[in-house]
Design a protein around this ligand. Structure first.
Ligand SMILES: NC(=O)c1ccc[n+]([C@@H]2O[C@H](COP(=O)([O-])OP(=O)(O)OC[C@H]3O[C@@H](n4cnc5c(N)ncnc54)[C@H](OP(=O)(O)O)[C@@H]3O)[C@@H](O)[C@H]2O)c1
Length: 315
C-alpha cells in the first residue's frame, strides 16, 4: 500500500473556509434531503450557489428545503423527483433537468442505500444496492453528460472505503448475488462499481480532451441515516455502538464539496478524510488501491451497465 503524502490543503485539510462565492453556479445533488447530501447542499447555498436537490421523496425534500431556508432564508433551492431504483424515474428526472436547468456546474452522485438486510430487487430487476447506487447513477450521468460537458462542469461520484472490502471485484457471473448475497459484500460491490465507472469516465474524458471533469471521494465514517432502515438489527446496533467514533455528517460532506468546487484536482485521486484508516480527520487525498483502476474490469462493467440500463454513451 502506498503511503499518504502531506495534505495539499495543510494540516487542517480541506474545509469550506477555502470557498469563495459560488454565486451563479448550479449544483445537482442526489439524495440531498439528509446526511452528507443535505450538509453539502447547506455548504453550497451558504456560498450563494443554486442547488437542485434530486430526491426520491417529495415530502422529505420539502422538509429539507424548509430546514435549510430557516438557516439561509435566501437560499436558491429547488427539487426534482428522482428515484434511482427506477430507470423510468431516472429518465423523467433527466428530462426535467434538461428542460429546466441550463447549466450544471457539478452533478454530485451522493445518494445511496447500504447494508440491505436481505437480497431485494429494484423494479427493473437489479440487486437493490447495485441498482440504486450504480445503475441509477450510471444512467443519470449518461443522460446528463452533454449538459455537464457543455457547462464545463463536473461529475462527482461519492464512493466509500467499502470499495476495498468484500469481494474487491465485480461479480460479473452473478451481479444480483443470487448465490452469495451478503449485505456488506453487496454494498461494497456497488460502491466499487461506482468508483470503477467513475475512474473509467475520468479516463475517457481526459483522453477525449474535454473540459468537464470527473472526481471521486468518500465521506469516511459519518453519522448519517445510512443503513438505519435497510440494515438488519445486529448491523444497526453495531453502527450505533460505533457512531461515537465517526465524524459529523457535516464533515462527511466536505469531500464531495471539495470535488465539486476546488481547482487543480488530480486524476485518479480519491478525496476523503485521511486519519484513522481514512475514516475521520483532515480531508485530503486518500490512498487508492489499484483494483479501482482496473480498466479491463471497467470496460466490461461499462458495457454491462449500458446493456442493463438501455443507454449507449461515452465521452
Ligand atoms: N455515512 C457513512 O459513514 C458513509 C460511509 C461511506 C460512504 N458513504 C456514502 O456517502 C453517501 C451519502 O450517504 P449518507 O451517509 O449521507 O446516507 P444517508 O443519510 O442515508 O442519505 C442517503 C440519501 O440517499 C437517498 N436515496 C436512497 N435511495 C434512493 C433512491 N432510490 N433514489 C434517490 N435517492 C435515494 C436517501 O433518500 P431517503 O431520505 O428518501 O431515504 C438519502 O437522501 C453515499 O453514497 C454513501 O454510500 C457514507
Amino acid at each position: 500500500m502506498s503511503k499518504l503524502l502531506p495534505n495539499p490543503y495543510g494540516p487542517k485539510g480541506w474545509t469550506p473556509e477555502r470557498l469563495s462565492s459560488l454565486k451563479g453556479k448550479t449544483y445537482l445533488v442526489t439524495g440531498a434531503n439528509v446526511g452528507a447530501g443535505f450538509e453539502a447542499t447547506k455548504v453550497l447555498v451558504s456560498k450563494e450557489a443554486k442547488v437542485v436537490m434530486l430526491c426520491r421523496n417529495p415530502g422529505k425534500a420539502a422538509s429539507a428545503i424548509e430546514a435549510i431556508k430557516q438557516q439561509y432564508p435566501v437560499a436558491e433551492l429547488s427539487f426534482i423527483q428522482l428515484d434511482l431504483a427506477s430507470l423510468e424515474s431516472v429518465r423523467s428526472a433527466a428530462d426535467a433537468i434538461k428542460r429546466d436547468i441550463p447549466k450544471i456546474d457539478a452533478l454530485i452522485c451522493n445518494a445511496a442505500i447500504a447494508q440491505v438486510a436481505k437480497q431485494e430487487m429494484t423494479i427493473d430487476g437489479f440487486e437493490s444496492q447495485l441498482g440504486v447506487n450504480h445503475y441509477g447513477h450510471f444512467l443519470l450521468c449518461g443522460l446528463l453528460f452533454d449538459r455537464v460537458n457543455e457547462s464545463a462542469g463536473r461529475i462527482v461520484v461519492v464512493g466509500s472505503m467499502g470499495y476495498n472490502m468484500g469481494l474487491k471485484t465485480i461479480q460479473f457471473d452473478d451481479l444480483n448475488f443470487d448465490h452469495n448475497y451478503n449485505p456488506m459484500n453487496s454494498y461494497s460491490h456497488s460502491k466499487l462499481a461506482q468508483m470503477v465507472f467513475a475512474y473509467e469516465l475520468q479516463h475517457r474524458v481526459r483522453e477525449a480532451g474535454l473540459k468537464m471533469q470527473v472526481h471521486v471521494c468518500h465521506p469516511g465514517a459519518a453519522r448519517t441515516t445510512l443503513s438505519q432502515e435497510e440494515a438488519n438489527l445486529p448491523t444497526r446496533i453495531l453502527f450505533k455502538l460505533l457512531s461515537p467514533l465517526a465524524q459529523s455528517a457535516e464533515r462527511g460532506s466536505w469531500p464531495e464539496v471539495l470535488c465539486a468546487t476546488e481547482d487543480h484536482l488530480e486524476p485518479y485521486a480519491f478525496y476523503g478524510p485521511t486519519k484513522r484508516a481514512q475514516m475521520v480527520g483532515p480531508v485530503g487525498k486518500c490512498i487508492l488501491m489499484p483494483h479501482a483502476l482496473d480498466r479491463e474490469m471497467a470496460n466490461r462493467l461499462w458495457a454491462v451497465s449500458e446493456q442493463k440500463t438501455g443507454i449507449s454513451w461515452s465521452p
